[in-house]
Every structure is written in structure tokens, then in C-alpha cells.
Design a protein around this ligand. Structure first.
Ligand SMILES: Nc1nc2c(ncn2[C@@H]2O[C@H](COP(=O)(O)OP(=O)(O)OP(=O)(O)O)[C@@H](O)[C@H]2O)c(=O)[nH]1
Ligand SMILES: [Mg+2]
Length: 512
């Protein structure tokens, strides 16, 4: 049965961005909305709350900070939904910033006596598979919530209008039953909802109605940051993110090692165009690595939450709250004023600043396999960088340069792309084509390395295809060498016969 619903008129309520906790009615129920970029978080929130949150495109992310919707009423109960940015390694906003933005907001809410009535994870049913970005978002959702808070969680699948019914249902079943997907959440009390936006407001309200009677409780990250005084990097979500960074850095190292080997092989063979492509890829890998390392450092460099967040270890709902808007940089901007009591408490009970070493103990970038060889005795600092990207040799024989003045420029990294157009004596492979390193071509498929997700993974797949082509090219050139050897042997035998046969005949004629 659909119960009566009252939506507050926009004229009676404030714009979402101007809201502060001071303006929130005590009985408002807050629901946090999380999910990957572009799944429809803001669209869902706008539909149910009539808010004007910015809607992004399917490709470009729109959310940069935490935004609170306009208040709206369902069955006489006032709700507000909290929109958040999603994790995406390819987005402008770093994942550290996303975690900092969300967790700082949550910590300040909890500090000020506000507990969430629920938490929502949105997933697009139109996604053909759970990619690495989706998984990362789902994992972070779990780590932010903790097991206990999952009984107040809802998973909403969107974009049912975009997929054929049977396909969508099959996907939903897989999501529900696979332990690596939603099964863990559902087993621990989360509820799964479908949201077909063609059914409009009523469908959205039915979902929010689920939170009418939930008992508000803190999320794991709130307990960790506020009750236990942990830094963001020390929270379960922070540790998970560092693990993920570390994994990606190790993958980059592996890729770089393979590329270096390949580059040297190609250089030895004077296959300059292929070496050039490999080097371009090395530069891309290095850029990705540097970004992740920077993000990792940034996370461990977040020393502490602002004092105002640590004041109210036991939240007192009566105290005048501090309005906090999580800024794009992730650090919450305190726009309100703490109560005098809170200020006193803040100065007295604020934890002593942590010794630097403690911060570093989580922040140290883990040792990675050395880049140049298999040796494990390389220094730690070396393991955290690629060293230099090897240079190409001067213009190799077998190619004609447009101008002799450019000779030797291949030794520098930058001028490589500025080299004049060259004509090659051999047919040129596709732009990403490269030869497989010895190790790569001999490794069994199962042990082959999978590189970074998203664009990087596509690149890797392209590269693998190119490697296969390149490998067959190498095989065919070996076949050519072999037939040359046979021809030479045949010629030699022929000449030998031409010389020996007349000699034998002559010697016979002498005997008779
Ligand atoms: N067809 C269809 N499109 C949808 C649905 N939900 C959202 N979209 C579209 O998906 C795009 C992204 O929607 P948003 O609501 O901005 O997604 P978001 O999760 O808030 O994205 P970020 O803020 O970037 O994280 C927009 O073009 C929406 O119109 C849906 O259920 N069906
Ligand atoms: Mg959005």
C-alpha cells in the first residue's frame, strides 16, 4: 500500500548548499548515498527530494563534495539524503580526497551528535560486469560502514530502463548470490531495491520509506575517527585504500620491468619504432605510478582531523553544532562556531599530536620488487621509483632520416617525439605494437600480469594483441633465416658436385 506523501515546496526550504547542521530539525533522518561515479546518485536524490543537485554525464563526474539534499517528507517523517563523490582512479579528484571528504564529513556529523538513519549503495544494473572501479567503490562502502551498520543499508540498482528485463534480472541474481559482490552485504542485513526511474517519484519514495523505522547508528569510520581518535589513514577504509594503492604500485612496477626488458631487446635489434612505442607506454606507466604514490603520501600525510571533530567524544545533541561543508580538498571547512563548552573540552581533551614516526608507520610506501633485475637486495628507496627511462640509441642503420642533423637525438627522452618523420626499411607495425620480452613470451598465460584498470587495462589488452602480432612477426623472421641456411647448404652441395664429378670422370678415364 502506498501511504500519503508530502513533498516540501522548494520555496519553503533552503538551497542544499546553504544548509548547515544548525538548520537541521532534530528529527530529520539522514541517509548517506554512496556509489561509483555516474550510477545515478544525484538523479535519485533529486527525484525523491526535489533538490537541484548537479547531474553529471555518464562519462564525466559531477560530484566533488558532500552535498545535502533539501528536506522532504514521507509519511510525516522528514528526510535528507547526503550525496557523495565516488571513487574513480581516472577522475580528476584523487581517491584520497574522496575518502577524506566523506570520512571528515561523517566524523563531524557524529561529533555533533548526528547519526545516520541509513546508508545507500547505488549500482547501475546496466554495467555488464563489476569492473575494478565498481569493486573499489563497493569495498570502500563496506569498509566505511562496517558489518554492524549494514542492517541499516540498502543497495539500489538503477538504470532498469536501459536493460532488457531478463538480462537485468540475471545480473541482479548474480549480484545477489556472489560472495564477492552483494551477498556479504545482504547476509549482514542490507536490503536490495530496484529503481526504475520511469516509475518516477513513487518508486524512489518506496525505497526511502525503508528507512522510516531504522535505528540510527554510527558507521565504522565514525566510531574509529571519533570514538577511537584514529587518523583517516588508520581507519579500516584508509588501510584498505592504502592496500589498493600498494597493489597498483606493484602492478606498475611489474609492467615497467617488462617494458624495460622489451625496450632493451628492441634497442639491441634496432627496431626503433617499436622501441619508441614501448617507451611511450613506459612514460604512461610512470605517470600513473607517480599519481598513485602521490595519493598514497597524501593519505598518510593527513595528520589529524580538525580539533572540533575530536571535541565531543561523547556526542551531546544539545550543544550548538558546527556547520561543516567538506571542501574539494577533502579538509572540512568549519563555517559555524563551536559552543564554549566544546571549546573548553577541545583544548583539554584533544589528543596530543602524534609523533611523526607513528604517522610514517602507516605512510611508508611498501617496498616493491626492484625494477631492473630479480635481485631482492636493492635498496628500499630504489624500489619506490623506476629510475630513468632508458634512452633510444642514435638513429640506427637501416633507416633514412629526413635530416642528418637529428643524429643522436634519440638519447634524450623528450626529443624522441620531436624526431623527424622516418622511413623504415621494414614494414611498420601498429602504433602500440611491441615485441614480447623473453620472460613475457615464455610465461604461462595464468602468470601473466594484469595491469591497471580502466583505460590502462584496455591499453594492456591492446598491447597484448600487439605483442602476439609482434611475436608472430618474430617467428616468421626466424623462419626466413632458416630457409636461407637451407639454400646456402644446397648451393654448397651443388658447387661441390660440379667440381667433384668431372674430377672423378677424369681419373677413371686415366685408369682405363
Ligand atoms: N537511463 C537512465 N539514466 C540515468 C539513470 N540514473 C541516472 N542516469 C543518467 O546518468 C547520468 C549520471 O547521473 P548522476 O545522477 O549525475 O550520477 P551520479 O552517480 O550522481 O554521478 P557523479 O556525481 O558523477 O558521481 C545522467 O546523465 C543521468 O541522467 C537511470 O536510472 N536511467
Ligand atoms: Mg552526482
Amino acid at each position: 500500500m502506498v501511504r500519503s506523501v508530502t513533498i516540501a515546496a522548494p520555496s519553503q526550504i533552503m538551497t542544499p548548499t546553504s544548509l548547515s547542521l544548525k538548520d537541521q530539525a532534530a528529527d530529520e533522518r539522514f541517509i548517506l548515498v554512496l556509489g561509483q561515479n555516474g550510477v545515478g546518485k544525484s538523479s535519485f536524490i533529486n527525484t525523491v527530494s526535489n533538490s537541484p543537485l548537479r547531474i553529471g554525464s555518464a562519462l564525466a563526474s559531477s560530484a566533488e563534495k558532500v552535498e545535502i539534499s533539501l528536506p522532504f517528507f514521507i509519511d510525516g517523517q522528514c528526510f535528507r539524503l547526503v550525496d557523495t563523490p565516488g571513487y574513480d582512479e581516472n577522475s580528476e579528484k584523487s581517491e584520497t580526497d574522496v575518502l577524506n571528504t566523506i570520512s571528515s564529513f561523517l566524523a563531524s556529523e557524529y561529533t555533533n551528535g548526528k547519526q545516520l538513519a541509513g546508508v545507500v549503495y547505488i549500482h547501475s544494473i546496466a554495467s555488464t560486469r563489476m569492473g575494478s572501479t565498481s569493486r573499489r567503490n563497493l569495498t570502500m562502502f563496506q569498509k566505511l560502514c562496517g558489518r554492524r551498520a549494514l542492517r541499516n543499508a540498502a543497495i539500489i540498482t538503477t538504470r532498469w530502463d536501459q536493460v532488457k528485463g531478463s538480462t537485468a534480472t540475471a545480473r541482479e541474481t548474480e549480484l545477489r548470490t556472489k560472495s564477492t559482490l552483494f551477498k556479504y552485504l545482504l547476509d549482514n542485513g542490507a536490503t536490495l531495491f530496484r529503481y526504475d526511474r520511469t516509475q518516477g517519484l513513487i518508486a524512489a519514495q518506496t525505497i526511502v520509506r525503508h528507512f522510516l523505522n531504522t535505528s540510527p547508528m554510527p558507521l565504522l569510520v565514525q566510531r574509529e575517527m571519533v570514538d577511537e581518535g584514529k587518523l583517516i589513514a588508520e581507519t579500516t577504509a584508509g588501510i584498505e585504500l592504502q592496500k589498493d594503492f600498494r597493489k597498483r604500485m606493484e602492478e606498475s612496477h611489474k609492467t615497467m620491468r617488462q617494458l624495460k626488458e622489451e625496450f632493451h631487446d628492441l634497442k639491441t635489434e634496432n627496431d626503433i619504432p617499436a622501441a619508441k612505442d614501448v617507451r611511450k607506454e613506459m612514460i604512461n606507466v610512470k605517470e600513473r605510478f607517480d599519481k598513485v604514490r602521490e595519493d598514497c603520501r597524501k593519505l598518510t600525510d593527513i595528520k589529524t582531523a580538525p580539533q572540533s571533530m575530536r571535541i565531543l567524544i561523547s556526542p551531546t545533541p544539545q550543544s550548538a553544532p558546527v556547520a561543516i561543508a567538506a571542501s574539494t580538498s577533502g579538509a572540512p571547512v568549519v563555517t559555524g562556531r563551536s559552543t564554549p563548552t566544546a571549546q573548553v573540552l577541545g583544548t583539554q581533551s584533544a589528543p596530543p599530536s602524534r609523533p611523526r614516526s607513528r604517522v610514517n608507520s602507516l605512510g611508508t610506501i611498501p617496498a616493491l620488487p626492484p625494477t631492473g633485475s630479480q635481485s631482492k637486495s636493492r635498496s628500499h628507496s630504489r624500489a619506490n621509483s623506476y629510475g630513468s627511462i632508458p634512452a633510444l640509441p642514435p638513429n640506427a642503420p637501416g633507416m633514412i632520416t629526413s635530416t642528418p642533423l637529428d643524429k643522436g637525438k634519440g638519447r634524450e627522452i623528450t626529443p624522441i617525439d620531436a624526431q623527424p618523420q622516418v622511413t623504415f626499411t621494414r614494414p611498420r607495425a601498429t602504433s602500440l605494437s611491441r615485441r614480447p620480452s623473453r620472460r613475457e613470451s615464455s610465461a604461462p598465460p595464468a602468470t601473466r600480469h594484469r595491469r591497471d584498470s580502466g583505460a590502462a587495462r584496455h591499453r594492456e589488452e591492446d598491447t597484448r594483441t600487439a605483442v602476439r602480432h609482434s611475436s608472430s612477426r618474430r617467428r616468421s623472421s626466424k623462419g626466413d633465416d632458416h630457409s636461407w641456411d637451407e639454400l646456402r647448404t644446397l648451393l654448397f652441395v651443388g658447387v661441390l658436385l660440379l667440381v667433384l664429378v668431372p674430377m672423378i670422370q677424369r681419373s677413371r678415364s686415366v685408369v682405363y
